[in-house]
Design a protein around this ligand. Structure first.
Ligand SMILES: Nc1ncnc2c1ncn2[C@@H]1O[C@H](COP(=O)(O)OP(=O)(O)OP(=O)(O)O)[C@@H](O)[C@H]1O
Length: 238
C-alpha cells in the first residue's frame, strides 16, 4: 500500500500550495488525482517522488519512496520532455532498463533487443523504432514514455497527466496497458484532467484543492458534494 502522510509544500515565493495532505492507495489499483488548475496535483506527485522540498512523506509497503527509487516508474508531463535530445524510439525505451541493472551489469544484446521489441509491440510503436522522438506525434511520444516506464518493471507507477493533448487511440492503448499492469499487481497513481473519464478509469480517486477534499473508492468520493468543494460549482448529476 502507498501511504501519503501529511504532505505540505511551500514554494520559494512562500506560497503554501499543499497543506497536510494524507491518503492511502491500495496495492494493485489505479488511482486518479483530480482537482482544478493550480490545485497542487503535480506538486503532490513531485512531493511523493521526493524531488521537491516538502514536509511529510510517502511510504510504499513500509519503505520510504526515495529508498525504492528503482521500483518507481514515473511518466512526467509530456511538455517537460526534451525533444531536442537526439535519441530514437528504441533507444528511449532501452533507457528504462538501466535502473534494473546492478553497477557494471550488462544485459546480453539479444535479451536487451528482445525486451525492447516486445515493449515496442505492446505500445504499438514497432514501425517507428528508429525514429527520433522529436519527430513523433504527442500520442506516439506518450506511448514511448509509457514503454520506457514499463520496461523498468516498476512496482509503483506515477504519471502526470498522461492523456493531456493526445489522440483517442493512444489514450485507449495506454489505458489498456495500465489495466494489464494493475492485473499484474502494480499500483498506479496518476494526475488526471478529464472528469468525464473518472468513473471509467479509476478504482480510487484523490480530490485536492490545496487541502485534501476526499480520497477513497471512486464510487464513494466522486460525487457532486466533493466536486462542488473542489471546483466551486455543482457540476455533476451523480
Ligand atoms: N516551482 C514553483 N514555484 C512557485 N510556485 C509554483 C511552482 N510550481 C507550481 N507553483 C504553483 O503552485 C500551485 C500548484 O501548482 P501545480 O502545478 O502543482 O498545480 P496543478 O494542480 O498540477 O495544476 P494544473 O492542473 O494547472 O497542471 C500553482 O499556483 C502554481 O502556480
Amino acid at each position: 500500500m502507498l501511504i501519503v502522510n501529511g504532505v505540505s509544500v511551500v514554494y520559494q515565493n512562500r506560497k503554501k500550495v499543499l497543506s497536510d495532505v494524507s491518503f492511502s492507495v491500495p496495492t494493485g489499483t489505479i488511482t486518479g488525482i483530480i482537482g482544478p488548475n493550480g490545485a497542487g496535483k503535480s506538486t503532490l506527485l513531485n512531493s511523493i517522488l521526493g524531488v521537491i522540498p516538502h514536509e511529510g512523506g510517502a511510504t510504499f509497503d513500509g519503505v520510504s519512496l526515495p529508498q525504492m527509487a528503482k521500483k518507481i516508474g514515473y511518466v512526467q508531463q509530456k511538455s517537460k520532455v526534451d525533444l531536442n535530445f537526439p535519441i530514437t524510439v528504441a533507444e528511449t525505451i532501452g533507457l528504462g532498463i538501466l535502473p534494473r541493472l546492478r553497477l557494471f551489469q550488462r544485459l546480453s544484446k539479444k535479451k536487451y533487443r528482445h525486451e525492447i521489441e516486445s515493449v515496442m509491440d505492446r505500445i504499438e510503436m514497432t514501425e517507428f523504432a528508429d525514429r527520433q522522438i522529436g519527430q513523433l506525434s504527442g500520442g506516439q511520444l506518450q506511448r514511448v514514455m509509457i514503454g520506457r516506464c514499463i520496461i523498468q518493471q516498476p512496482e509503483l507507477i506515477l504519471l502526470d497527466e498522461p492523456f493531456a493533448g493526445i489522440d483517442a487511440h493512444s489514450e485507449a492503448t495506454i489505458m489498456k496497458i495500465l489495466r494489464e499492469l494493475k492485473a499484474e499487481g502494480k499500483t498506479i497513481l496518476m494526475v488526471h484532467h478529464d472528469l468525464n473519464k473518472v468513473s471509467e478509469y479509476f478504482d480510487n480517486t484523490v480530490i485536492i484543492k490545496k487541502n485534501l477534499i476526499a480520497a477513497g473508492k471512486t464510487d464513494d468520493t466522486f460525487n457532486s458534494k466533493n466536486m462542488s468543494a473542489a471546483y466551486g460549482l455543482p457540476m455533476l448529476e451523480v
